[in-house]
Write a protein that binds this ligand. Structure first.
Ligand SMILES: Cc1ncc(COP(=O)(O)O)c(C=O)c1O
Length: 455
């Protein structure tokens, strides 16, 4: 086991973090971190006295903890997966076909939607959803700057304008009360993102959309199975877009995605567009693209979908254990006034978040949070990250630069301070391991390391 320059731990080889390799993922997402090397705590830093000293006596090696361990997941379902792969290999039908159609029915049913259209990635799900409603250059799409790049990238690729609205500091999702002020005659779409696995506040968003005749496209890439007032992600807006990137709660053996909708006409357009707009073959009604989903991915995803609820329960159980452990360690503060009132800090020095404390993820009322990520806020993030790295505990910042300040969006003319809540979140958030196979000992090791980093 070695470590690359970006602090990601991978098995056996050195890989730059932009590479695509079996167990180290790229960009926004993780990094499967597998290591069996026992770690001893650094001698120089004392452990906080109130952190369950009996959990890790000085002689006891602390377990390394990957950010995500897909090998552990695979070990439990290996036979089922291999049978599904064999089925596709025997059929020799690799693109779309019965496996994809079955997955479309199953994901649509799971998400409470009438239609599902399998596509090549979450990014392409967003792109094809926007294409299906004929988004043109100059159209405006209201969205959040605190998300993975694909949300706004898909908008900009069609020549449309991403209009960024700041987030709610408690849930990190778009702040519905700030949307109306940004609606113009050119606005066509509101694209909320259900970040980290918790749905955005959909009632006011749908109300605004109805009043202004706008389309709502849910970016549900991180949120399969999450709920808002009993309704599943992807079933409230006009379309929902899912990602099956390997790190998602329902992740394939490569890229994949799905668009869901209850609108038969939209479903038909998305289906046409994903296959170059052709129907029948070689007769092109629309200019689409190759956004097709592979049968192998669908077969793997169908196996995994059967386990998804049990995995979600495991993630929720781990979140509850973190809450207990962080609280027992005396680290937790309720969101301070600055967050409840809406963060307005323009510089780091304005931040009211007290040092030495962490704000745990806030579950908004009437939600089912599926914990794609468990993201804390902490002011001493650099210290905490250094300790986590030292202990070989996986972690990541989702996301270090909000989209309105990304170089590629400089043409939009934003400046630091324009969207302070997102900027504040980008400076303070830190994702910790939450995958279902984590043991209590591993969770305790994470909390101990955060506690030490906070000192
Ligand atoms: C919020 C969000 N939107 C869109 C995407 C894009 O999905 P994909 O990586 O499958 O293209 C992701 C995935 O990482 C995401 O997290």
């Amino acid at each position: 086991m070695r470590e690359d320059a970006t602090g990601y731990y991978i098995t056996g080889c050195l890989v730059p973090h932009t590479s695509y390799v079996t167990s180290a993922y790229h960009d926004q997402q993780e990094v499967t971190v597998i290591t069996n090397e026992p770690q001893t705590p650094p001698a120089s830093k004392p452990s906080p006295s109130n952190l369950q000293p009996s959990t890790f006596p000085p002689s006891h090696p602390r377990p390394p903890v990957p950010l995500l361990d897909l090998k552990a997941q695979y070990a439990a379902i290996r036979d089922e997966i291999r049978a599904a792969i064999d089925r596709v290999a025997d059929a020799q039908m690799f693109i779309l076909g019965p496996e994809v159609e079955a997955l479309e029915r199953e994901v649509a049913a799971y998400s409470g939607c009438a239609y599902g259209i399998g596509v090549s990635s979450g990014t392409d799900a967003l792109l094809v959803a926007l294409m299906a409603i004929d988004i043109h250059p100059g159209d405006e799409v209201i969205t959040t700057p605190y998300t993975f790049f694909a949300t706004a990238g898909s908008i900009a690729r069609l020549g449309a304008v991403p209009v960024f609205v700041d987030i709610d500091p408690l849930t990190f999702n778009i702040d519905p009360s700030a949307i109306e002020a940004r609606i113009t005659p050119r606005t066509r779409v509101i694209m909320p993102v259900h970040l980290y696995g918790q749905m955005a506040d959909m009632d006011p968003i749908m109300e605004l959309a109805q009043r202004h005749n706008l389309v709502v496209i849910e970016d549900a890439a991180q949120a399969i199975g999450s709920e808002y007032k009993g309704q599943r992600a992807g079933s409230i807006g006009h379309m929902g877009c899912f990602s099956f990137f390997p790190s998602k709660n329902l992740g394939g053996f490569g890229d994949g995605g799905m668009v869901t909708t209850n609108d038969a006409a939209l479903a038909e357009r998305v289906r046409l567009l994903r296959g170059h707009g052709a129907h029948p073959k070689y007769y092109h009604k629309l200019i689409g693209g190759n956004f097709r989903l592979d049968a192998l991915q669908a077969a793997v995803l169908r196996v995994k979908l059967k386990h998804l609820d049990e995995w979600t329960t495991g993630r929720q159980r781990n979140a509850a254990t973190y809450r207990r452990l962080f609280s027992e360690a005396g680290l937790v503060i309720d969101p301070p006034a600055c967050l409840i009132a809406g963060c307005r800090a323009h510089t780091e020095g304005d931040c009211d978040l007290p040092p030495g404390k962490v704000v745990l993820p806030v579950e908004a009322p009437e939600r089912r949070h599926i914990y794609n990520q468990f993201v804390i806020r902490v002011t001493q993030r650099e210290n905490v990250m250094a300790t986590l790295k030292e202990r070989k505990i996986g972690h990541e910042i989702y996301y270090p630069v909000p989209l309105h300040l990304q170089e590629c969006f400089a043409y939009l003319g934003h400046r630091p301070g324009d969207l302070p809540v997102s900027e504040c979140a980008a400076a303070e958030t830190l994702a910790l391991p939450i995958y279902p196979e984590l043991t209590d000992e591993m969770l305790a090791a994470v909390v101990a390391a955060v506690a030490e980093g906070c000192m």
